[in-house]
Design a protein around this ligand. Structure first.
Ligand SMILES: NC(=O)c1ccc[n+]([C@@H]2O[C@H](COP(=O)([O-])OP(=O)(O)OC[C@H]3O[C@@H](n4cnc5c(N)ncnc54)[C@H](OP(=O)(O)O)[C@@H]3O)[C@@H](O)[C@H]2O)c1
Length: 299
């Protein structure tokens, strides 16, 4: 399956784009600078080009380090249908996703230091400790990243799925924790004790009293060397991440489906307004025309 770059139109070669220099370009610079180096196609021509190699895609989606003055670069990744649903009739995103979306999801995870996810999504989608395919591991090693991203689950209640706690404790090897809980004092001592005994003391981030303070939580993650944050939702968490001013970019897959029903939109909760601009747009040659947009927050 190939991916055709529809935007930006000025990038001429299959090896298309490099992310902003670490600590460099601002929020809108994500896909602005043409990588150029190593181009294997003809240079200079404008218009859509085809990109189906993993390296081209990884270059296009390079996860930059934070801009000066920010602790982390926070990218979100979600899939919705044409009618705006973030979950299908099965109550999960599985039924509205597809091979193209999955391919980008796997790639984006492989570029992140930590995947941040709401407990609701961790429960409904059965999250476990994350792994990275061997074919994507070399890029991480070259950037000095851990072999796989950590998973940080945001929960006010302190209620993590039992299977996630079990998998995480079976997975501890004395190295940096691979599963973290991001919670607040309101979770209460019994829940915090349960989390600490399951995940390890250093894997429980308590940020805020009554509510999780996401800015403090992301600072805490950054102090642990986790600067490239991939937020996979769900809709409640993503709304709060945006409201806290933490979102830098949104990778949004649009699946060519209509589903109606009462599934959530990509963001739910109190109204807000955030302005973004298109950084890149890929069209999948997958029979239906899945669209992969990357949008940066305007600051
Ligand atoms: N289309 C997609 O790409 C996509 C991605 C993710 C999820 N989804 C779908 O979205 C649905 C889940 O929606 P959801 O709104 O329940 O997801 P969610 O945001 O993952 O979960 C909400 C729960 O996460 C915790 N949480 C979220 N934000 C928090 C905050 N700021 N502070 C403290 N805790 C916070 C709370 O857990 P506690 O109850 O433990 O306190 C809250 O009850 C599912 O159908 C899922 O399949 C779709």
């Amino acid at each position: 399956m190939s991916l055709r770059l529809l935007h930006p139109p000025s990038l001429g070669a299959p090896r298309l784009v490099e992310g902003p220099a670490p600590g460099g370009a601002g929020a809108s610079g994500g896909a602005g600078a043409s990588g150029g180096a190593g181009a294997s196609g003809g240079a200079g021509a404008s218009g859509p080009r085809s990109s189906d190699s993993q390296d081209d895609l990884a270059d296009l989606y390079a996860h930059a380090l934070p801009s000066p003055g920010r602790a982390a670069r926070v990218r979100a990744n979600l899939v919705t249908t044409l009618d705006g649903a973030a979950a299908g009739a099965d109550g999960s995103s599985r039924s509205i996703s597809g091979a193209t979306d999955l391919r980008v999801l796997v790639l984006l995870r492989s570029l992140a230091d930590v995947v941040l996810v709401g407990a609701g999504t961790a429960r409904s989608e059965g999250y476990g400790p994350l792994r990275v395919r061997a074919s994507l591991a070399a890029r991480r090693a070259a950037l000095g990243q851990a072999p796989a991203p950590a998973l940080a689950v945001v929960t006010r209640s302190g209620r993590l799925p039992g299977n996630l706690l079990a998998a995480a404790s079976g997975d501890r090897r004395g190295a940096a924790p691979r599963v973290l809980a991001v919670t607040c004092a309101a979770a209460g001592d019994p829940a915090l004790d349960r989390l600490r005994s399951g995940l390890g003391d250093d894997a429980v981030v308590v940020a805020g009293d009554e509510h999780v303070d996401l800015v403090e939580a992301v600072d805490e993650l950054a102090h642990r060397g986790l600067h490239r944050v991939l937020c996979e939702g769900g809709p409640a968490l993503l709304r709060d991440v945006v409201a806290a001013g933490l979102l830098d970019e949104l990778c949004l897959t649009t699946s060519p489906l209509l589903v109606a029903g009462d599934g959530p939109r990509a963001l739910v909760g109190e109204a807000l307004v955030e302005r973004l601009e298109l950084a890149s747009l890929l069209l999948a040659d997958d029979g239906g025309g899945t669209l992969l947009g990357r949008w940066t927050v305007r600051r």
